[in-house]
Design a protein around this ligand. Structure first.
Ligand SMILES: Nc1nc2c(ncn2[C@@H]2O[C@H](COP(=O)(O)OP(=O)(O)O)[C@@H](O)[C@H]2O)c(=O)[nH]1
Ligand SMILES: [Mg+2]
Length: 336
């Protein structure tokens, strides 16, 4: 340690040792540098402080760039599937989440109330679907993290405002914004359409099942605007007409959202015991007995010998093999 360092310098140095973040460290180093007597005896220390400061600046710069690209929200998947609620500002996304779930996002008559994605669980019969309310998408702006969230979801609800004249075209802005990130909202029947053609060779392209929800059907002029919506989107998406405010169409929509997931429910039972009818497993349609076993426990898939099934296409308690295709509401007794 060179001589004649001031007590202030030593204090600053102590602070530096305790600093937690790169920002704090940099601030302390700056202070130390300022307090350091500049003469030949401290030259080495001056150089050392400068090196450390420039390293920290680099580190902060990199973090800032990474941060810009990578603000992401990790919402753990829950329930039978995850469906994003998408749309322009003020179309009623947050109110829809309130209607279907216990979540309480802010609902307000001005745009950009919702800045962060907000999940909620929507009950449907004996299962739950995860809905995620999102910040608005406009021609000019979409939160950077949204496209990857949409790509990771099982489906999307694209909301259109029947309450004002821009509603129909605003929906197209949402579609285009996402398309610019190679994320395409498509009707379920187009998910694996051979006419998608060569697009299918581009592995950055992601198609996400969507249905279109025309909201605010209670407002004047809604009918005329609905006609435009049908004209513009009717051949691309199934259209559900609702009023989130008044409650029209909500139960049909609830069922449609669940059905969009294309899953089946399967109940399990242990030999000699009644089935657990409270907590079904959900699996993609077309899943086999082996898929179910793997979902319950990876050891189960290996050890599974056969199963008995009560349900569709079998007689009660029929013994089936591992590749048997399951149906909605089957009750399965696994034998390992
Ligand atoms: N008349 C009417 N107003 C609605 C309906 N749905 C939502 N709103 C209103 O539209 C405004 C925006 O709703 P909000 O859910 O915050 O929209 P978001 O920005 O898409 O989340 C609020 O004042 C709601 O009360 C509806 O079906 N009918
Ligand atoms: Mg909102």
């Amino acid at each position: 340690m060179p001589a004649n360092l001031t007590p202030q310098y030593s204090e600053a140095e102590q602070e530096y040792r305790k600093a937690q973040t790169p920002e704090e460290k940099l601030a302390c180093l700056k202070k130390m540098y300022a307090l350091l007597p500049k003469h030949k005896g401290t030259e080495k220390l001056q150089a050392d402080l400068k090196t450390r400061m420039s390293r920290l600046r680099e580190e902060l710069e990199q973090a800032r760039h990474a941060g810009k690209k990578g603000v992401s929200y990790k919402i753990p998947r829950q329930g039978a599937g995850t469906v994003m609620i998408l749309g322009a500002p003020n179309v009623g996304k947050s109110l829809l989440l309130r209607r279907f779930t216990k979540a309480t996002p802010e609902v307000a008559p001005y745009p950009f109330t919702t800045r962060e994605p907000q999940p909620g669980m929507m009950p449907w019969e004996d299962v739950q679907v995860q809905l995620i309310d999102t910040p608005p998408i406009t021609r000019d702006f979409m939160e950077g993290y949204l496209s990857s969230m949409v790509r990771g979801a099982d489906g999307a609800v694209l909301m259109v405002d029947l309450g004002h004249d821009d509603g129909p075209t605003q929906a197209d802005d949402v579609i285009q914004r996402l398309a610019a990130t190679k994320t395409f909202l498509v009707g379920a029947d187009r998910l694996h359409d051979p006419e998608n053609g060569e697009e299918d060779f581009d592995d950055r392209i992601m198609r996400v099942k969507a249905l279109l929800v025309a909201n605010k059907c209670d407002l004047p002029g809604a009918e005329e605007r609905l006609a435009i919506v049908r004209e513009l989107y009717g051949d691309r998406y199934p259209i559900y007409v609702i009023s989130a405010e008044m409650g029209q169409g909500l139960e049909e929509l609830r069922t449609a959202i669940y059905q969009m997931l294309d899953v089946i429910r399967v109940y399990t039972k242990e030999p000699g015991k009644p089935p657990d009818l409270k907590a079904p497993f959900t699996l993609p349609s077309g899943s086999t007995l082996l898929d179910l076993a793997g979902l319950i426990h990876k050891d189960f898939a290996e050890k599974l010998k056969h199963a008995r099934i009560w349900g569709t296409g079998v007689y009660d308690g029929q013994t089936v093999k591992r590749d048997h295709i399951l149906h909605d509401k089957d009750i399965v007794e696994l034998h390992i």
